[in-house]
Design a protein around this ligand. Structure first.
Ligand code: HOZ
Length: 426
């Protein structure tokens, strides 16, 4: 047993499944997880002294690469002044002003501690503001683990075979209606069947928890139109796409306005942060201005705010990063398609900007049904071979591959060489 395997044995005795978040247990890829000691730039290192090119990037936020000096220094400086005050600080005003400047259609921000919390709170706000109870989400989209969102969920809920969780009271889930991603008719039907009752339609503008599935042309504008017609709010869950697809996120990338936007770890530079944002009229419904209650001691934590402010400021000052990231994403997608062809393995590669996903299927993947058609056993073998070749991918088919600014040509070329070998070995 190597050191990671030994640690996993110890972990399983004191942590459920040996982990603090299910997908990390590597069950979907049939092996013991790597225990990580440190990460720098495009690389992570494990307890056994092995180094991997990392495409998990802490599930997205390390857009500049791991341990970026600008963020590390901001954190080190902030730590000198104390870890938590449970009180307002200058930094949270600075970062909120910056977000309002960079993200279209938002006038106010409420900081929380995770994407789950951001979504949970945005949904409460949508319900409070509209006086309606029902919500529409999409099958295979993942919005964190709050009760009403654990219905037909993607990501590790799907990989683990529990798209709808035990422990969610019927009452908490009964108002969550499920539509099909990239199928406007399914949304229209639900809105028409529930007139005046739907508070919000929540969507990942790029579905990135069923692998990666791009919105079909017209899908997001169509959602906007349907929401307007039916008086429902449109919520973009930008935990994955925010500050990644573009500085202004998916709203800027696709030119579609959302009423509420949720962000996660990327606005904390990897520290535990989330936020929900929208118009003044909506956000002033939140306590202490309005009747929608939501609170938290660690919300706007000074160290997390320092990290987030440093990351967002850096991104604002280096907007060329986005063109560069997209070029890297395209290079990987092209190279992976060529490798798959050379190896004679049918793979559909979905890519948008710096987000990618390989699906082991001969058909295109444009819907959740297509994504589920991928051969997950083959993905597991591909994952293992890639790890062996020094590349760490997401340990489940229904996740995204994240490219960072620290992934240079050397890393991309090494990844493609490892992919060709891995695909040939399948
Ligand atoms: N479901 C999360 C990714 N989409 C898991 C994150 C984690 O385990 O850190």
């Amino acid at each position: 047993m190597d050191i990671s395997e030994q640690l996993f044995e110890r972990a399983k005795k004191v942590l459920p499944g040996g982990v603090n978040s299910p997908v990390r247990a590597y069950r979907a890829v049939g092996m013991a997880p790597r225990f990580i000691t440190r990460a720098d730039g495009a690389y992570i290192c494990d307890e056994d002294g092995k180094k991997y090119i990392d495409y998990v990037c802490s599930w997205g936020p390390m857009i500049l690469g791991h341990n970026h000096p600008v963020i590390r220094e901001a954190v080190e400086k902030a730590v000198q002044d104390g870890l938590s005050f449970g009180a307002p600080t200058r930094r949270e005003v600075d970062i909120a002003e910056l977000m309002v400047e960079l993200v279209p259609n938002i006038e106010m921000v409420r900081m929380v501690n995770s994407g789950t919390e951001a979504v949970m709170s945005a949904l409460r706000l949508a319900r409070g503001a509209t006086g309606r109870d029902k919500l529409i989400k999409f099958e295979g989209c993942y919005h964190g683990h709050s009760d009403c969102m654990l219905v037909n969920a993607g990501s590790s809920a799907l990989a683990g075979g529990h798209p709808s969780s035990a422990g969610v009271p019927v009452g908490a889930a009964k108002d969550t209606l499920t539509a099909q991603f990239n199928d406007l008719d399914s949304v229209k039907e639900l809105l028409e069947q529930n007139p005046g009752q739907v508070a919000a339609v929540i969507v990942e503008p790029v579905a990135a928890n069923m692998g990666v599935v791009n919105p079909a042309p017209g899908f997001l504008p169509g959602l906007r139109q349907l929401c307007d017609q039916h008086g429902a709010l449109l919520i973009f869950d930008e935990v994955i796409t925010g500050f990644r697809l573009a500085l202004g996120g998916a709203q800027a990338y696709f030119g579609v306005k959302a009423d509420l936007v949720t962000f996660g770890k990327i606005i904390g530079g990897g520290m535990p942060v989330g936020a929900y944002c929208g118009s003044r009229a909506l956000l002033e419904q939140v306590a202490p201005c309005g009747p929608v209650y939501q609170a938290g001691t660690l919300s706007g934590n000074p160290v997390a705010m320092a990290a987030g402010l440093a990351q967002l400021t850096y991104l604002k000052e280096h907007p060329e990063i986005y063109t560069d990231l997209a070029a890297k994403g395209e290079k990987l997608a092209r190279g992976l398609r060529a490798a798959a062809e050379e190896a004679g393995v049918p793979v559909a590669i979905n890519q948008i900007g710096s987000l990618l996903a390989p699906f082991f299927t001969p058909t295109e993947v444009t819907t959740f049904t297509d994504a589920k058609g991928s051969d997950v056993g083959r993905y597991a073998r591909y994952f293992q071979a890639m790890l062996e070749g020094g590349v760490a991918l997401a340990p489940a088919q229904f996740e995204a591959m994240f490219v960072s600014e620290a992934h240079g040509d050397a890393e991309l070329d090494a990844t493609l060489a490892a992919a060709l070998a891995a695909l040939r070995s399948l």
